[in-house]
Each structure stands twice: as C-alpha cells, then as structure tokens.
Design a protein around this ligand. Sequence first.
Ligand code: ZN
Ligand code: ZN
Length: 371
Amino acid sequence: MAKVGRTTVLEKAGGKFHIKEMPLPDPPGPGTLLMKVEMCGVCGTDIHMWQGHEGIVVPFPAPLGHEIVGEIVALGEGVENDNVGRPVKEGDRIVIIPLVTCGKCYACTVLQEPAKCLNALAYGHQSIETGFTGGYSEYLHMNIPNTGFLKTDLPPEVAVSLEPTSIAVSGMKRVGVTVGDIALVQGDGAIGLLTMMVTKEAGVSKIFIIGTQKDRLKLAEEFGSDLTINITEVKSLEDRVKMVKEQTRQGLGVDLICECAGVPVAFKEGFQYLRYGGRFCELGHFTDTGSVEINPSTDICAKMATVVGSWSSLPDDFIRALQVLELRKYPVGKMITHRLPLERLEDAFKAMAGDKILDGKEIIKAVIAPE
Ligand SMILES: [Zn+2]
Ligand SMILES: [Zn+2]
C-alpha cells in the first residue's frame, strides 16, 4: 500500500485550490476504511461553496467533493458489509453515502428528519485537519465510524452519479409522484437530467424539460423527454408557457414541477406551468442564491398548489437510486463530458461558475479522476 497520497484543499471561499500530500492511515482505524478514488463529480453545490454563497458552512481550509466512487484499499476492523448487508473486500468498487447522521438528536429521533441532523457530518464539508475527507483526492478515508456506502459493479462514470440521483429520489419521494403525472423539470444540469430519469421510473406519463444548454438538452432527449425547450431559443415566457400547456390535459398545466435549475427566477416561472392543485418540488436551491418575488394569491393560494422543499438525501434514497442506475436504461455515463486530473479542479470550477465551456466543450458533468 502507498504511504502517502495527494488531496486538494480549498483555502477559503473564493480562494485557490492547493494540492497537499499527506500520509495515509495505515491501517485505517476500527470502523473506518480507505478508498482509492476513481472519480469525484464536480457538483454545483461545491461551486456555490467556493463562491461563498450562504447555506452551507465549511470550516476552511477544506478538501471538497462528495460525489465519490472508488475501490476499497484497506478495511478497518469491523467493516464487513455495505449498507444493504453485502460483504465487501479490498478491491471492491463502492460509492460513499456522504452525509453521516447521529440517530440520537431531536431532528433524527423526534422530527425524524435526519437530513437535518443536529450533529451531521458530511464528507467534502470538513476541515483538512480531518484528513482525506474530500473526494477531489487520490484517496478518501471514510474515517467516521459507520459511514454508509454501497457496493456496485456499475462503471465509475455511471456510479459517480449515484449521489445526485439520490437527491432526485429524495425530492420525488417527498413531493409524491403519482402514476400518470405529467411533469416538468426546470434545469438541464445533472440534477435535472437525473430527476427526469427518476420521475420516469416513478411512473409519469409525460416528462418535459426546460433548460439553456444545447448539448444538455440533446442528452435530455436521449433520456426520453417528451418536450424540450431551450430558453435561449424560446425567449418569451408566454411562448414557453403556451408550448407546455398545449401538451397537458385541458391545457391547464402540468401536475408536477421539479425545480432543479437553482436560479431564483426559475422558481417563480415554475408556477406559470403548474395546473390547479398541482405539486411543486423545490430541490435546486441547496445554497442560497438570492430571492424572487412570488404572488401568494395567483401562484399558490388560488392555485391550491402544494410546494415541497427537499434537502439532501439519506441511505434509503441512495439504495433506491442505485437500483434505478443498475437498470442501465438511461445514458447516464454520457453526462460525463470532462475527466480532469486534480491539478485542473480550479479550471472546472471557473468554467462551471461561468459559461460552462471548458476545453472548447460544454460541460454537462465534469469529474475529477486522479491519475
Ligand atoms: Zn452534489
Ligand atoms: Zn442526529
């Protein structure tokens, strides 16, 4: 086993990434395990943390990255099975469940909302003092005893999408997709595309998507969208609303909105497409990117809309998400447009925060693949 490994460290919000070499835990302590990272997805949430948006507090300097797939290098004492009880050994491919909850606090026990655990810890959201706890790294030390993980034989370029898929599953469970629903996804990023996949598997009869990026929307068609609208081509909101409503029963609007764009104006726009009595899932604003004006009467009260917020995801969401990915029915691997070494992490962040073009190509999903 190697003695040292490299990880990336973000100095502070808006700061630079550095590469740091550190000794590897040998052997990993009881209840922990060491993974060799194959891929870590560059997530929009990380971009927001880098930009210093409100919503998530990270103790800088910090190693980021939480969408992590890799191979087990060494198992600490007592680590024998994954979260569904399958035995694991060195060399197995696993995906981490990055949020670790305490199971004891008020949120976990009384409210039964462990995603809001008062003592939660998450990989990719801790100080570098904790060691190899971020995914933009050669190694990941799953050093919080009982960290969840799942074994899979999916290729890494598909398995790396498990965490964002679990976000979609969590949202759709909360809002309640009903068989035969006509649904509209706002946002053509990874969460938008994966939410399309999840709603289809949950039984919607039609799925529409609205976005801004040509390549992403082309891929959305391969995922099976029944109507694809590019805002840069259909510039008028009125025209977009007409296009959507024409495809719905009685022209009244969709049954379900999945807001995955993560821009406040999309939230306001979503209500325009929603039918009376429809349901609206807000899962795109994991970080605070600002406010938008809503009309409480026409948007919510008179519309009798149900608005559901969804935050993070839990082991059950990961398990269901993995089952969907393992159907191998959707071109999930095609979302990965850029594989980059550790040294190019900042390039990916800059491009994602800007025009989403890197090396002359539109980013759908960038991943860091060390080596
Ligand atoms: Zn993420
Ligand atoms: Zn708790």
